[in-house]
Design a protein around this ligand. Sequence first.
Ligand SMILES: [Zn+2]
Length: 1001
Amino acid sequence: MAANSRCSAAEPAPGLESQRREVECLLRDCELRAGDSWFMVEHRWYTQWKEFVESGDQNSSCPGQIDNGELFEDVVSYHLKDRLVENEDFVLVPAEAWHKLLSWYGLVDQQPPLERKVVDLPSTLKVEVYPVEIFLCLHGNMENVTTAQFSRTDSIQSIQSAICGTFSLPSTCECRLWMKSSDNNCERLRNVHMSVLDACLSSGMTVIMETRNADGTWPSSRPLILRNSVEEQDSYRGQPGVCGLTNLGNTCFMNSALQCLSNTPPLTEYFLQSSYLEELNFSNPLGMKGEIAEAYADVIKQMWSGHHYSVVPRVFKTKVGHFASQFLGYQQHDSQELLSFLLDGLHEDLNRVKNKEYIELRDAEGRPDQEVAEEAWRNHRRRNDSVIVDTFHGLFKSTLICPQCRKVSVTFDPFCYLSIPLPVSKERVMEVFFISLEPYAKPMQHRVVVPKAGKVSDLCLALSEMTNVPDTQMVVADVFKHRFYKIYTPDESLNCILDRDDIFVYECSVQSDQQVLLALYLRERSHYRDYGSVNTTLFGHPLLLSVPRSSCSEEALYQIFLQRLARYVRVPNPSEELEEDDDEEELYKSQTNGISDDDEQEDVARLGPSQSVVCCADGPANDHHQDHAAPSEVQMRPPPPVEGDVHNVCAAKPLSSSDAGPSDGHINARGEESRADVDEENEEAAAAQNDTATEEDCKREEACSPSLPADEQAAKTRACRRKKRLFNIQAVNCNGTEREMGPDVTFNSAQPYVALDWDAETKKRFYNENEAEKYVKHSSMDIPQQQTTVQLQECIQLFTTVETLEEENPWYCPMCKKHQLATKKLDLWSLPEVLIIHLKRFSYTKFTREKLDTIVDFPLRNLDFSGCLLKKKLSNGEPPSRYDLIAVSNHYGGLRDGHYTSYARNKDNGQWYYFDDSKVTYATEEQIMTNAAYVLFYHRQDKMRKPSLSAPSTSSAASTPTSASSTSSPRPSEADAGAASVTPPCADAASAFAELTMETD
Ligand SMILES: [Zn+2]
């Protein structure tokens, strides 16, 4: 038959009518189902076939073999032509219909069948006529490119498998995929479970695969570090894990935390075995889309490759900063805060729970602990399941009791680390300067012990015991920038005083109604002749002194002040005319003491007894310091730094008002805004009226000193005309600027302030700056401050001690239906495999912030919790509760600066090392316990494995990492900034991907 010979089908076709019915039926009943196969048939052939079967004429127009020739670009590649249109160029038939047609008519030789999958695209099901055609290559050889087609629903994993297959790589190799678009942008394909469609891969793009180097780095981002150095060579082989971390500028807190985690065996093994790859959680909104876990894995793989002395954790730092902006900059941070963030970030990135269900928490309501604890743990695990939970999470019991209705609320809460308090000393050591009433005595620095919760009067009492000056004759003041920042009353709390404040304690004569306490400032007036204005600048140390109310004439005050300043202010002799520019040498030769002027001596005689005793001492003022010299004479400025505190006390001051919290007791000065800034404006305003001419002085004095007898006033006026004083007296406010009420020295205000205004020339000649700054140290300064030691177990007991909630943090009692200051008790229920103990060295209260230097005596072995663990196993005894130390994060220095390092024990050889940024040295067990210990890592003994290697011989220099000197005790390096300067430039992405623009990873 002609028809049969033309239609060389595999099996005889049924009658035309049944052909038509069978195919029509299949087409009508078939729905698109994702994953089903459909086939493309050329439209012309299909139409011809339809006419053929519908006409019923077997001999007229048989379509012959299925021929899709028109759909292909050429018959070599059989590439589909672009932009073919359904029902114009081709029709789609379901697989079953295709197979029938194929069996009846066959396919033109060599043509591949055009099988296409139904894909589930967003909001629509579609036959994917054009699959995505992608170029594949390896990072190491980008010349060798092959092509492969993928459906949009294929996973990135299938591309990875295809590349491994094509280039004969083991499918288990650890690799990263990058997609390169036509504009040469490169982007990581991080989530291998993602579909081609979701990854936005489209035809014409290239997927490049790289495999991890033996040293843990990636070919595309291998930092070009220390390449020029002899040390860092590819041939280097060291003990895995014994690897420094380069400081990137104040990143020692991060390095310290990383070293502790790196030496936590279960976590590091999890990453080294690449178990994390299967558990990366890209969709967790609480996580970092797997990026923190990946970046962390990269650091760990490099550190444990044994190929590096030191690793640059730059990508890791960037990722951390990206997700937690508080770590973004290069300021100093807390290693414990970073640990907390990191454990949380790793947990969410690796959380095996993809969809967290909502679980309502139930109170114990009297049920047994065991039941409630198990329920709490079960609920926790239903939402949180990761290597972090497996390793670090424990459970504690928290019991709250309402003080009013006695309602008891018990909850069990998971923890990732224990923050345990250190016993806070009830005493405090303060360093103060004591200013004797005796004008020739230099200020003396004392170290006194006072009750921490004490008052200013307690400070005076303590100082009284050292000085034999009655405490009632002391006034305590905070001196800042040559003025009184605050003058304290005896009732004020010592909490108001920070350790870095410059505290001066002034001896004053017995206070009475007849006496007034004057605050005295020294100012230098500088004339700006061009502008006709006068500026004043405070200098020297302010003074407090009692003066008799009766003798507050300006002249009397002048004499009292002169005597008070006698140690460093030389009194001009009668022949010296202050207005004249006498030769200074001659002046010093001819100088004598005392005040020879009759009028002035009269004034002196009017002074109270306590003032006159010090009047007009013998010899030139400059000689006096010899008589009063104490053992160690030193310059007063700058004051010596307090031990352990590297700040300049004075320079740090402006921060204190904001640091100290809302009510630090410095209300006075802060009420007048920033005390550093106010004076400039005020001084300028005041300056105009401050240009005191001699005559004016005298008139002013007359006006304000009604107590002065008339004849004396006349004498004074004469003196004024004849002789200028060393300084003028000016009533000021506490800032040392003029008071609005004018120059009156009125003592109505509670605390009068006066300034002694000097002109520059007179100050130069008569004010001995060198002498003024001198002070001596009391023997109490030589006694080293004692260091207290507590047992770790005591701190843990403190953690579980009943406490009453504070006002700021009350508990809502469900019975009373209001907030109550309940009592709270924490107990340990169950402990994790690796227990992190954070020692709360940084103590922040409403008034104080301090770092506790207490030595905590913590055991390296056999830390036993059996005594304080509530959970008891019913069948086989107590749960394992003995721990050995595996790592310590150290903090050296004070509150706002300092240096972090760590001690850690290598899991493979059991040796302890000291990690100080890029430096690693051997450590002995004896070195580990110091007052710098800040975060402790303990591993439960039942989970510990014996080291697989023997400990290295620490005396042998051959296996020594870097400059290992096992005998010298490690010391903190001075500052991070110093270490940062050696950071080599790294050019991560620039290396092998030269022709591509890499996403900066
Ligand atoms: Zn209650």
